[in-house]
Design a protein around this ligand. Structure first.
Ligand code: AHG
Ligand code: MN
Ligand code: MN
Length: 328
């Protein structure tokens, strides 16, 4: 079989060459971030930068390094008008926006609490377009995403992307650094018996989430009449990659402790890109009451409840939320 590199795959997808440049720049950023993560201990970069970001979270040195790497490399893309990063409060404009220029939304390092303990982390990205000359609005719904994906820095580095059709996974070849197509058509398996949620927050959960998890825990002795397994890696990228590989459902719901903030995960550079990947792989992505990609954003750091993965499980959670709303 002929080897398919990321460049060849993107070229054969018939994309605008400027979008190919941008996606290749994103992949190069991810390759460099992978190296920085791998060598973090030698450089003394695994710890905290003693800086608080716009989310009120302590930034890791590597959060900042990863952000700078994306900014430095992607700024070369001729039609990239602006960057929206988890680590930067304001939108970073690179040029005067013209219609159909690109907008890059990204989480430079996701799961960064895993860095000190040498577990998987990743990066998440999505690309949308400027809608008219001079238009500085970046608050477009996820349905406007042209492409989205993530890089996983695990035992091997992977770059997973959708350009609106299939979800394709590329593995970075150690040594050459080439991204080679290894997973041409990733699909969320329909049948699943695995869920992922931070159960230490149980006391804060709403009734529909408790009902769902209680039923999973009851397993073969409960209404589900089968046993479930549970995983929580505290790295959304790793969770989503597992779901794309062997199925499952991931929840970071709104609860009584995070509701005032809107939830935990950020819409534009965490939830939306992953929702696009999961939907195009045959799964579903919801807040519990609406499809994530249908949300009209009201801020570029907006947070949302996230439920995504195997379609039947997401639909079950939606039904539990709808049933609860009726009782209210
Ligand atoms: P980030 O490192 O970009 O701030 O994101 C971390 C996110 C996500 O990756 C993960 O699912 C979740 O936060 C973990 O949250 P808990 O620490 O509450 O488990
Ligand atoms: Mn994140
Ligand atoms: Mn992050």
């Amino acid at each position: 079989m002929t080897e398919v590199t990321l460049r060849r795959y993107l070229t054969e997808s018939g994309l605008d060459p400027n979008l190919i440049f941008l996606l290749e720049d994103i992949a190069s950023s991810c390759r460099n971030v992978a190296n920085q993560v791998r060598n973090g201990a030698f450089e003394g970069n695994l710890g905290s930068a003693n800086v608080t970001n716009v989310q009120g979270e302590t930034q890791k040195t590597l959060d900042i390094i990863a952000n700078d790497e994306f900014e430095r490399i992607c700024a070369n893309s001729p039609r990239l008008a602006a960057l929206v990063s988890e680590e930067v409060e304001d939108v970073t404009w690179l040029k005067e926006p013209e219609a159909e220029d690109y907008l890059l939304y990204f989480d430079p390092l996701d799961g960064s609490s895993n860095l000190d303990v040498n577990l998987s982390v990743g990066s998440i990205f999505a690309v949308m377009q400027v809608q008219a000359d001079g238009d500085r609005n970046v608050l477009h719904s996820g349905r406007n995403q042209l492409c989205a994906g993530y890089a996983l820095y695990g035992p091997s580095t992977m770059f997973v992307v959708t350009v609106g059709t299939k979800v394709a996974g590329f593995t970075c070849q150690h040594g050459t650094g080439d991204f080679r197509l290894t997973h041409p058509d990733m699909k969320v398996p329909e049948e699943t018996s695995e869920y992922a949620i931070n159960t230490s927050r149980y006391r804060y959960w709403d009734a529909p989430v408790r009902r769902y998890v209680d039923e999973c825990v009851a397993g073969s002795q409960g209404v589900r009449e089968r046993s479930f397994n549970m995983r929580w890696t505290a790295s959304m990228v790793a969770e989503i990659h597992r779901i794309l590989t062997r199925g499952g459902v991931f929840l970071y719901p709104a609860d009584s402790n995070n509701r005032a903030a809107g939830g935990k995960l950020r819409l534009m550079y965490e939830a939306n890109p992953m929702a696009m990947v999961i939907e195009l792989a045959g799964g579903a992505a919801s807040t519990g009451t609406e499809a994530i990609m249908d949300i009209q954003p009201d801020g570029h750091h907006q947070r949302v409840p996230v439920i995504l993965g195997s379609r039947a499980e997401v639909e079950r959670l939606d039904a539990y939320h709808a049933a609860e709303a009726k009782i209210d």
